[in-house]
Design a protein around this ligand. Structure first.
Ligand SMILES: [Zn+2]
Length: 258
């Protein structure tokens, strides 16, 4: 009896460190999520689209597709032809002071997660210590229809200075944001915001997080809603925040993620 009581106490004390992207719980309705790489050459990042596909496949297989307590499965489809906006425009038309974003409607993936090199400082908040920004930017209520991961492809990018393993980890971290996750407070997590030397695997908190958002049996009820454009816009504006938070900022030497 005593051991049972102790176990119960421990169970009741179990806490999680994961958070949601912009503190708003949202998820893709289908846990099988397609991932596409924009089919254009990067300006500064020295990877071809097909090389980015390969690294993204590694990010999926080494990280998010390893969680057997979640129905999540990332399907890295390959390259996709996309409008120039994904390469040249910011994810936000306007970044408000104090956080907040007016979503750029030219860059709304209709399906899954799109990863693209992007050379626009404006609307992304890129600086030399920011490797990328990620945002579920096509959403309705708690349902994500599409997310973007924009890699910092400006002249200031530090992406080329990373080892291949770290580039894979960065892609996995950004995909975590695109799935709906914010930063974890647990410091051995992939989704921890800073100072992780080598991230080769997910931490338990990452597993808990994705198992919560994408449980093994699809028992999530998603209500279908019809939104007016204005309503939609206000939700999207509310959804920002990560831009600076979700976008990973990694000072290469310090391996610092924001
Ligand atoms: Zn981050």
């Amino acid at each position: 009896m005593k051991s049972i009581l102790i176990s119960l106490i421990f169970l009741s004390l179990k806490t999680y460190g994961f958070t949601f992207n912009n503190d708003k719980e949202a998820r893709f309705s289908d846990p099988k999520i397609n991932v596409y790489i924009a089919n254009h050459r990067c300006d500064e990042i020295s990877l071809t689209p097909s090389e980015l596909v390969d690294l993204t496949k590694e990010a999926a297989s080494l990280y998010w597709n390893t969680v057997n307590t979640s129905a999540l499965h990332l399907e890295v489809v390959g390259t996709k032809d996309l409008s120039a906006a994904f390469k040249n425009e910011g994810v936000c038309d306007v970044i408000f002071e104090g956080g907040g974003c007016q979503i750029n409607a030219n860059m709304l993936p209709s399906d899954g997660i799109v990863i693209s090199c992007n050379n626009s400082t404006e609307g992304n908040g890129f600086s030399s210590n920011i490797l990328g920004v990620s945002l579920p930017n096509n959403t309705s209520g708690g349902t994500i229809s599409g997310s973007v991961v924009l890699l910092n492809d400006t002249a200031d990018t530090k992406f080329n200075e990373l080892s291949t393993d770290d580039q894979v980890a960065v892609l996995a971290h950004e995909i975590g944001h695109a799935l709906g996750l914010g930063h974890s407070t647990v410091n051995d997590s992939l989704m921890y915001f800073s100072t992780v030397d080598k991230r080769k695997t997910l931490g338990q908190d990452d597993r808990d997080a994705v198992s919560y958002l994408y449980p093994p049996e699809s028992n999530i009820v998603n209500c279908a809603t019809v939104s007016t454009n204005n309503h939609e816009q206000s939700i999207l504006q509310f959804l920002f925040g990560i831009l600076l938070a979700i976008g990973i900022a990694m000072i290469t030497r310090g391996r610092k993620f924001f």
